[in-house]
Structure formats: structure tokens, C-alpha cells
Design a protein around this ligand. Structure first.
Ligand code: 6PG
Length: 267
């Protein structure tokens, strides 16, 4: 049993924070939630379109999914996508695809055709436009005109970035394209990233936030003033989907007093 506390952050019950004690508990809770959402999507629509996040935090979660009995998720009905990718070859140690392949995708019976890699070998701009076209052609739109991904996993950087939407980058204001090549001067590189309109069209978005280094930023993003260019993670507000902040105790230290104040609990 994973000990967790859930705090509803909005009246509609679409926006919640789930507090777990440790990085291990975050991986366990997150894996269980992904199994639940996959089974739900597959029961309702026959497929589960799941967007992976890069970076370090999701790796332990991916590991757990790889170790599940194969019947936990009907992998043949799962399609995986990436929320962003570094502008490097798929063999590069910086590649989000390479990490996901090593930790998860190469260890589960997921058909190769269901793995939608961002083809960085085309160059950032071409890779972004090809990826957007593939999303449009593959993922149903449901109520809106945008592809409605079933679950988007996101991380949050200490600077408040998410996916590859970094502070003060042009990608933050993109409202037409679904996927773009986003120049990131602070990293002296260009990244390929899903944009806010696509992210906010998802059925479910789940942030994974772990570690003390994220604590101050998490407070600013959740409870500080709205600063869309400075704190891109604040702009993730699913239009008609759910938003879950899955946070471990080390990352929650700066928000505990706010949670106690709002929910009257001693944390
Ligand atoms: C990436 C991710 C990025 C990541 C955050 C947090 O390509 O790196 O998409 O947005 O989620 O930087 O990374 P950590 O989990 O390593 O802290």
C-alpha cells in the first residue's frame, strides 16, 4: 500500500496534488496511476496514447512499469509519444528516446509501430512539423480540433520549465503549431517540444516533481503570482482534462504550510 495524501486544488475536482513520502513512492504511485489510466482509455476507446517525459525523475517509474507482469497493461493497445526531445541523434546519451528505450520500451512487448519517436535526424524544424502531422493523423481529436492525448507526463525544472518550454522562449506564446523547434538560449541549443495548446488539450496531465531542489519553484508555480513567461509550468491548465501534481516529500517542503492553511491539516 503506497501512503499518499490527495489535495483537491480546484472546485471542479480536476486539479489535484498527490503527496507521497519518497521518490520510490512517487514511482510506485505514478506507475499504478498509469496502469489505471491505460486500462480506462483502452476500455473506453481501444487505445492509450501516452506521452513520455524526459529527464531523470520518470526513470524509476518507467523501471517499475517495465517490471510489471505483461498482462497489467495490454501494451499492443498503447502508443507512446514524447513531449519533447533534445536536438541530438537517438544514440546520444542526452536523447529522451534513448533513455525511454533503455529503461522501458526495449523491455516490454510494445509494437515498434506504436513507438512514435521525434526524428531529430531530420533537423529540428522538419522533425517538429513531421511530428505534429503524425499526431494529427494518429490521435483522435474528440470534442476539440486538437489531438486529445490520453496522458501527458511532464517534469518541472528548477527554473519552472516543462517539456522544453523554457522561461522567456518563443515557444511559450505559440498558439497555432502543435509541436515546434524552440530555441533555448539559456542552453545554447534548440529543442523540439509540444506546445501549450496541445498539452492543454490532453485528457490527463501528470507532473512528476521530486527532490528538494524543486521545492521553492513548486511553491511559486502552485501558489505564487502568475508569471507565464517566467514559470512555464503554470501555463499547463488542461481545458477539459485533469491535472495531477505528483510530488514527493522533499519537493513539498515549501508548500506544506500553504496546504495546512488551505486544508486545515497538520503536515
Ligand atoms: C527533458 C524534460 C524536462 C524535464 C525537466 C525535469 O527533456 O529533460 O522534458 O522538461 O522533465 O527538466 O527534469 P528532471 O526530472 O531531470 O529533474
Amino acid at each position: 500500500m503506497i501512503s499518499s495524501q490527495t489535495f483537491q486544488l480546484d472546485e471542479k475536482g480536476q486539479h489535484r496534488l498527490v503527496l507521497v513520502p519518497s521518490p520510490e513512492a512517487l514511482a510506485a504511485w505514478g506507475a499504478r496511476e498509469i496502469v489505471r489510466l491505460a486500462q480506462e482509455a483502452i476500455a473506453q476507446r481501444g487505445l492509450f496514447h501516452w506521452v513520455l517525459s524526459g529527464g531523470n525523475t520518470p526513470q524509476a517509474l518507467y523501471q517499475r512499469l517495465a517490471e510489471l507482469p505483461n498482462e497489467s497493461i495490454p501494451w499492443s493497445q498503447v502508443h507512446v509519444w514524447w513531449g519533447d526531445e533534445r536536438n541530438v541523434p537517438l544514440t546520444d546519451e542526452q536523447s529522451n528516446y534513448r533513455m525511454a528505450w533503455q529503461v522501458l520500451l526495449g523491455r516490454i512487448p510494445l509494437p515498434q509501430a506504436n513507438i512514435h519517436r521525434i526524428r531529430t535526424e531530420l533537423g529540428a524544424k522538419e522533425a517538429a512539423s513531421e511530428y505534429a502531422a503524425e499526431l494529427q493523423a494518429t490521435v483522435p481529436a474528440w470534442a476539440s480540433t486538437l489531438p486529445r492525448l490520453d496522458l501527458i507526463l511532464l517534469g518541472m525544472g528548477e527554473d519552472g520549465h516543462t517539456a522544453s518550454l523554457f522561461p522567456y522562449t518563443s515557444g511559450l506564446t505559440e498558439r497555432q503549431q502543435l509541436v515546434i523547434a524552440n530555441p533555448v538560449p539559456q542552453l545554447q541549443t534548440t529543442r523540439i517540444t509540444m506546445t501549450l495548446p496541445l498539452i492543454n488539450a490532453a485528457a490527463h496531465v501528470m507532473f512528476l516533481v521530486s527532490g528538494a531542489s524543486k521545492a521553492e519553484t513548486l511553491w511559486k508555480v502552485l501558489f505564487g503570482p502568475r508569471m507565464p513567461l517566467e514559470l512555464p509550468a503554470q501555463e499547463v491548465q488542461p481545458v477539459s482534462g485533469t491535472l495531477t501534481w505528483l510530488v514527493d516529500a522533499p519537493a513539498a517542503t515549501a508548500i506544506l504550510s500553504e496546504l495546512s492553511k488551505r486544508f486545515g491539516t497538520t503536515l
